[in-house]
Design a protein around this ligand. Structure first.
Ligand SMILES: C[S@@+](CC[C@H](N)C(=O)[O-])C[C@H]1O[C@@H](n2cnc3c(N)ncnc32)[C@H](O)[C@@H]1O
Length: 406
């Protein structure tokens, strides 16, 4: 049996190992963050969680608690460099009798420690600064910031009341009392403004302008932009005096769960009938949607699209790209080894938008996402290539059209 002192010393040893590993990987660089990771007991924030297993087929998650796997194994997993899932489909888990879960959609977690420290380092915090975090989750990253800055300088917002309550308990157990807000982090928390830094640990389709308004001029916003097809990546924006924010994508490709209020509608939209739309040939096949560089470009070009593959009645493989907001579609079928047929319809010619964006990207030498940047203004926001006046693609803010062109 593991006694209390054993638990604390085992946890401290595992924490030390995790800290050393994150430092050796080059993610944990500054002494202040190193001290925070060495000190904050992650296990207090993940008393019960699910961990992905390697089974083939549909993703399966297995429950982990000290009772289920033993204290030492629970601690080992709590201090592994892994994402630990704490909620699925917005529903609380019955921890009196937890079962393995398959085919569900994670909605809250303790983020991968590598990514947590990468973001905190990239946030460029200094003593005396204030920070607003969107997505409290388990409260672990908020606790690290409390250790670094002092709890009275940390505001953290969580949209899910049950998740927020658990985070509050864990933070209290560790002696931290930051300002915790239950609500939609997309509107921020004006009562605490202006913040020196704003950080989001859920993904967003566009940067809420409220974050720009609530971050002081010269302050930074760090967030993951993502679409309904994939993540675009981490951006760090500097706020200016005119109420705009601008900056580049930085290294790291987190695939954060999307802000709940921006999640894709359940329905994909109308599936086009076999004779709908106009057909032509294209050299670009469906792999353009999934390959690393072109997938990023596809997400920019078709910000509200989603896709799936399904054979037609005669067995022909078909990939459907659908924009449910305006009923635009592109259906791809193979024609020869290096040619495809695309059938398009609706107000936005989706495959034309993708091809134009791919031509621009390839003409520039197929640059990495870090060659792209973002400008956020009150009325619109866009991703640009190279410089702010370079080729650009609009992000889907509520006031924008959704055809992807700037
Ligand atoms: C990846 S988890 C956060 C991880 C957390 N920072 C930690 O260290 O445990 C993302 C969280 O964002 C929350 N979330 C989603 N949409 C939100 C919103 N609009 N405002 C605030 N929180 C939101 C989710 O409920 C979830 O708990």
């Amino acid at each position: 049996m593991t006694t209390e002192p054993d638990l604390s010393s085992t946890a401290a040893k595992l924490r030390h190992q995790l800290t050393a590993q994150l430092a050796a990987d080059g993610r944990l660089r500054s002494p202040a963050w190193r001290a925070a990771v060495e000190t904050v007991p992650r296990h207090e924030f993940v008393l019960c969680f699910y961990r992905e297993t390697d089974d083939p087929g549909l993703t399966t998650w297995t429950p982990v608690t000290a009772d289920l796997v033993g204290v030492e194994e629970w601690l080992r997993q709590a201090y592994a460099d892994d994402t630990l899932i704490t909620q699925f489909d917005g529903q609380e888990i019955d921890w009196t009798d937890p079962k393995p879960i398959r085919g569900a959609h994670p909605t809250s977690s303790s983020t991968l420690p590598t990514l947590v420290v990468h973001m905190l380092e990239e946030l460029r915090l200094h003593d005396g600064m204030t920070v607003m975090e969107i997505g409290t989750g388990t409260g672990y990253s908020a606790a690290l910031m409390c250790h670094r800055l002092g709890p009275d300088r940390v505001t953290s917002i969580e949209t899910d009341p049950d998740v927020a309550a658990r985070a509050r308990d864990a933070l209290n157990r560790c002696g931290y009392a930051p300002r915790l807000v239950v609500g939609d982090g997309l509107v921020g928390h004006p009562e605490g403004a202006h913040y020196d830094r704003t950080i989001a640990t859920c993904g967003v389709r566009h940067i809420p302008h409220t974050w720009v308004q609530q971050t002081r001029p010269g302050g930074l916003i760090l967030a993951t932009l993502r679409g309904w097809m994939r993540s675009l990546g981490l951006v760090r924006l500097t706020v200016d005096r005119e109420g705009r924010a601008e900056g580049r994508f930085i290294d790291g490709d987190p695939s954060f769960m999307i802000a709940r209020q921006q999640d894709a509608p359940k329905s994909l939209g109308m599936i086009p009938a076999p004779d709908d739309g106009a057909s032509r040939s294209t050299p670009y096949g469906p792999d353009m949607l999934t390959a690393a560089g072109s997938g990023f470009v596809a997400q920019l070009a078709m910000p509200s699209a989603r896709f799936f593959s399904m054979p037609a009645d005669d067995g022909t493989p078909c990939t459907y790209v659908l924009d449910g907001r305006n009923e635009s579609f592109a259906v791809l079928t193979p024609k020869s080894d290096d040619e495809w047929n695309v059938r398009q319809g609706g107000p936005a010619a989706l495959w034309d938008l993708l091809e134009n964006a791919l031509h621009t990207w390839r003409a520039a030498g197929s640059p990495k996402p870090t060659e792209f940047g973002v400008t956020v203004a009150a009325e619109s926001q866009w991703v640009w290539l190279g410089t702010p006046d370079g080729p650009s693609w609009r992000l889907p803010t509520p006031a924008q059209s959704t055809d992807g062109s700037a």
